[in-house]
Design a protein around this ligand. Structure first.
Ligand SMILES: [Fe+2]
Length: 409
């Protein structure tokens, strides 16, 4: 049974299932959660929420107001054990091969530009088409790919990952199928202007000085000048536009021209979000990596005013809060990797997890496969980027291969 309650009457332990504002009007990631602290209640107030709907499990005794904070005894959090299945996942290897090949092709394109040659679009388009074919074949969400690359050359890996996410997002947003490759090409080439930024600036470890930063900020214009010379209509059109616009921000706070959101192409408005999401979740050498859940919270809390909220909403819908390949600490302290969803196209329903640690820093001798009826904030204490747990991309790939990957039971 549900009951509407003013925020001021909320208590710790109550389970909120809805709030009186739409998802886009708040910077709260979850509108369904168990109240765990007064901070949670304050956050609702800060977002202008006056009433919430709470779930009453036992309407006869209506104990909700005295409900204890969530504990490991909560039925929904006791996972059912099931036998470990070891099935190879060929598509993961295929993804890896395609990913590496795309990075290599893009790297050659950058080299060609640096040598003063023209951009050869054909091999890039080939990679985009092959990636789209894989996306169509593979119903799983693809965000786990960002954890897969061992190659640490930021620009190429970043653009390749962004291309995959961009086509996923295009499909999610109802873009006609024939237009989806354009989204992929635009993402793959959005940073091509960096080919004309001197390598000592691109590869400089640590902070750029103001002069170097000025040079770096010219890469959208460099990209425009490279791509607008192409004979290919798509490259000369949308790819040039996106390369030029992708550092603009809502309200005119970006560069190079200080354009506002309505002036920007929809492809750019989505790419701006993916650009940040990929950079934060990929966790490269000199940045602290963030889990998908933390990245989505960051986007909502810190970047919402600079980006297109619809594009963020589409991203959240596409990757989900706990995508396959992400790491969660359950309420009982165990740490597990999310390995499959019952409904892989919506990341919903029962979820398979691979428990790797019985508690922080306590590795299990053998990973243990479990299934939860569902996953949300009521059963996840916190999330981790694999690197925070000392896991390499190869480790994550190995654990993904240990799991069936089709669906939870
Ligand atoms: Fe850029």
């Amino acid at each position: 049974m549900n009951k509407i309650l003013p925020v001021d009457k909320l208590e710790i332990g109550m389970e909120v299932v809805a709030v009186d504002k739409s998802w886009l009007e708040t910077n709260i990631l979850f509108h369904r959660f168990r109240v765990r602290s007064f901070d949670d209640i304050q956050r609702l107030r800060d977002n202008g929420i006056k009433n919430v709907t709470i779930l009453i499990k036992d309407p006869i005794h209506d104990k909700t107001e005295k409900q204890a904070p969530l504990s490991v005894d909560d039925d929904r959090d006791i996972p059912k054990l099931r036998a470990m299945e070891v099935l190879p996942l060929p598509t993961l290897r295929e993804w890896n091969a395609l990913h590496d090949k795309t990075i290599a092709v893009l790297s050659k394109s950058f080299d060609d530009i640096r040598m003063g040659s023209a951009l050869d679009v054909t091999p890039l388009r080939q990679q985009v088409i092959e990636t789209l074919e894989m996306l169509v074949k593979d119903p799983r969400k693809n965000s786990f790919l960002v954890t897969l690359s061992e190659i640490d050359d930021e620009s190429y890996v970043h653009s390749t990952n962004t291309m995959i996410l961009s086509m996923g997002l295009a499909a999610q947003s109802g873009v006609p199928k024939e237009d989806i490759p354009k989204w992929g090409m635009a993402a793959l080439l959005h940073d091509i202007g960096k080919a004309l930024v001197p390598l000592e600036i691109l590869k400089k470890p640590g902070r750029l000085d103001p002069q170097e930063w000025d040079t770096m900020k010219r890469h959208p214009k460099f990209g425009h000048s490279i791509l607008s010379k192409s004979k290919d209509d798509v490259v000369r059109g949308i790819c040039t536009t996106v390369a030029m616009e992708h550092h603009e921000r809502k309200g005119g706070g970006g560069y190079p021209y200080g354009l506002d959101l309505p002036d920007l192409d929809p492809v750019t408005r989505s790419l701006m979000v993916l650009d940040i999401y990929e950079a934060l979740t990929a966790g490269r050498v000199y940045r602290s990596p963030l889990s998908p859940a933390k990245t989505l919270s960051y986007l909502l809390e810190k970047e919402l005013h600079r980006l297109d909220p619809r594009a963020i909403a589409n991203l959240v819908q596409m990757v989900g809060i706990y995508p396959v390949g992400s790491f969660v600490e359950l309420m009982d302290g165990r740490i597990a990797m999310v390995s499959a969803y019952e409904n892989p196209d919506t990341n919903s329903g029962a979820v398979d997890l691979l428990v790797l640690y019985s508690a922080p820093q306590k590795t299990l001798a053998e990973p243990l496969a479990i299934t939860l009826p569902t996953i949300d904030r009521t059963c996840v204490r916190q999330t981790f980027h694999p690197r925070e747990l000392g896991l390499s991309p190869a480790d994550v790939a190995r654990y993904l291969e240990l799991t069936p990957g089709d669906h939870a039971h």
